[in-house]
Design a binder for this molecule. Structure first.
Ligand code: F6R
Length: 246
């Protein structure tokens, strides 16, 4: 089942999404949270950090597993997702760093890196709540439109347009990673609950396609229609084309 929560703006979206995560942690203090990077969840992470600082949320028993990481970037590289998570969330909450997991971009051999990450996820006992953003083309994690749904954690070649789009964050285009490790679609679908956040007019078209269009690997997020427990939290702009359908 898919629940849609329409917030008036980015701040309200962030607070409403934080409510979903808060409810999860109240229900199960030792939850396993699947986390995402990108610009959309930053407000949500700030909100969780504020609630934790107030004493309203406790992450001491929580384990996290992130969706993806660039291949080749070390933990101290400020463009790595490991760095992003520490900066935007882990350093601001009372989580045990030993309980946070991001795919290891420094492992050269993709087979080893992906198998290791699947084993880490399995050892957690499974993801209780997976947070997702959504790409303009419907990607979730780094699972780009394709002919088949990639199942487990895999190594993806970044498209030229993604590399070009990311170039602004690096000193030169040669420094932009060309590959990434990402949870697969089955890894994501195995989570007990999914929380997807989206804001801005740029996400309106893809939300409609993903949740009201055909289920196809050409629109990776469309697979979420088959998941039993999905909550989509978006702002009015992102919901513009689905508000009459929900
Ligand atoms: C991030 C991730 C991506 C983003 C997506 C949306 O870990 O896996 O799928 O969620 O690209 O990014 P933003 O939020 O920047 O629009």
């Amino acid at each position: 089942m898919i629940k849609f929560i329409c917030a008036k703006d980015y701040d309200e979206m962030s607070r409403r999404a934080a409510n979903v995560i808060s409810a999860q942690l109240i229900e199960k203090a030792d939850s396993v949270l699947g986390l995402a990077t990108g610009s959309t969840p930053i407000g949500l992470y700030n909100c969780l950090a504020e609630r934790c600082a107030m004493g309203d949320l406790d992450f001491s028993k929580v384990t996290t597993v992130n969706l993806d990481e660039y291949k080749g970037l070390t933990h101290d590289n400020d463009q790595s997702y490991y760095y992003f998570m520490n900066k935007n969330l882990f350093s601001k909450i009372n989580i045990d760093p030993a309980n946070t997991n991001v795919p290891d971009g420094t492992i050269e051999d993709p087979e080893e890196a992906c198998a290791k990450y699947e084993a880490i996820i399995a050892a957690t006992g499974g993801i209780d709540l997976q947070l997702l953003g959504i790409g303009h083309n419907g990607h979730i994690g780094f699972n780009e439109p394709a002919d088949v749904f990639p199942k487990l954690t895999n190594c993806v070649d970044l498209t030229e347009s993604t590399i070009n789009a990311n170039a602004r964050f690096f000193a030169s285009i040669e420094d932009v990673p060309t590959q990434a490790y990402t949870m697969g679609i089955q890894t994501i679908m195995n989570a007990k609950k999914i929380l997807l956040v989206a804001n801005g007019a740029g996400k309106a078209e893809i939300l409609k396609k993903s949740f009201f269009g055909d289920i196809t690997p050409q629109v990776p997020a469309s697979v979420l229609q088959l998941h039993p427990d999905v909550t989509v939290v978006g702002d009015e702009e992102a919901f513009a084309l689905i508000k009459d359908l929900i």
